[in-house]
Design a protein around this ligand. Structure first.
Ligand code: PSU
Ligand code: MN
Length: 310
């Protein structure tokens, strides 16, 4: 771990570094959800609440971003506020963007992909977020498949999420993860959750009973040196779940507009997230926030259980 901590492009906060060196639980958090996933000031408020929830559960939060050319693990409040305020003006940083952002001393909002990279470099094993990227609908023509899936195939971090939105093709996303050997685990559920709803019609590979079960599963993978991470899909609490038909009709409308406007590449996901929030008059934003809180709590419990394992 020391050699990675000496990396000139990595900066780990003293609090996170100390927790890791004492085998105390740390939960990584992403910054694209702050800059590109929610509007200001709700994004900052949510990011700070997520950190508080993780602390209340006895773990240390480590929000990750690229700040002035360094993968920064454990942002300060001011840095979170800065990224939230700058919003879409912060470049969305996926794996392919890192070399340029780092060498030029730029900022970047880390996606699931680059947050996993930063977490692994620092030695953090658990990462909580909202939803992952995946195989987009129509990918058989566009080849739009999120780099998040490739990262899950190669970087040893457990990602706690609420499944993926049906802006994606959930069935193809699960097929892709199967091909890549990524375990898709349902937290106390047999069904793959679909972000705003607990139902998707697709099954997960295995149901996980509790944080200990999740930790033992991940520990077994790590012990065997099996490459890659794991997905722990944690359904939105039912009281915050949205009506399936309502959310799907809004997703369809957002997808239609995205196609008509000819939006491409990394702009697609942020466009869809923003459009859905506007079409639902903020209702989807509230659901989004609540599921992130829920994932933060489960992430902290799994991180604690992993520290007891190892
Ligand atoms: N899905 C969400 N909210 C998000 C994202 C996805 O429900 O904020 C963000 C995450 O950072 C994810 C990224 O890693 O979008 C995926 O982008 P793309 O589809 O361009 O790979
Ligand atoms: Mn894409």
């Amino acid at each position: 771990m020391n050699s990675t901590l000496n990396n000139a492009y990595l900066s780990v906060s003293p609090e996170v570094q100390q927790a890791l060196s004492e085998n105390r639980p740390v939960v990584a958090l992403e910054s694209t959800i702050i800059s590109h996933g929610m509007p200001y000031p709700k994004n900052v408020e949510t990011a700070l609440n997520v950190e508080r929830i993780i602390r209340e559960h006895g773990a240390v939060p480590a929000t990750i971003a690229v700040i002035q050319g360094k993968i920064t693990v454990g942002l300060t409040k001011d840095q979170i506020e800065y990224l939230g305020k700058k919003g879409l003006d912060v470049p969305k940083a996926s794996r392919r963007d890192l070399p340029v952002l780092l060498s030029r001393g730029m900022d970047g909002a880390t996606t699931v992909t680059t947050t996993m990279i930063g977490a692994a470099m620092a030695g953090i094993r658990v990462f909580a977020t909202g939803g992952i990227g995946g195989v987009h609908r129509g990918a058989e023509v566009t080849m739009d498949i999120s780099a998040d899936l490739e990262e899950l195939a190669q970087t040893p971090v457990m990602v706690v999420c609420a499944g993926c939105k049906s802006i994606l093709d959930i069935g193809l996303t699960l097929e892709y993860l199967e091909t890549k050997g990524v375990p898709v685990l349902g937290y106390q559920t047999e069904e793959m959750p679909a972000f705003y709803t607990t139902h998707s019609g697709f099954k997960v590979d295995y149901k996980i009973e509790d944080p200990e079960d999740a930790a033992r599963t991940f520990a077994a993978k790590l012990a065997c040196g099996l490459k890659g991470g794991m997905l722990l899909a944690n359904p939105i609490p039912p009281q915050y779940a949205m009506d399936l038909d309502y959310i799907n009709s809004n997703i369809d409308a957002a997808l239609k507009e995205c196609n008509e406007l000819g939006i491409r590449g990394k702009k697609i996901t942020p466009f869809l997230l923003d459009k859905i929030q506007k079409l639902t008059g903020g209702k989807s934003l509230e659901a989004n926030i609540q599921l992130v809180y829920n994932n933060a709590a489960v992430g902290a419990e799994v991180a604690k259980a992993l520290c007891r394992e190892a």
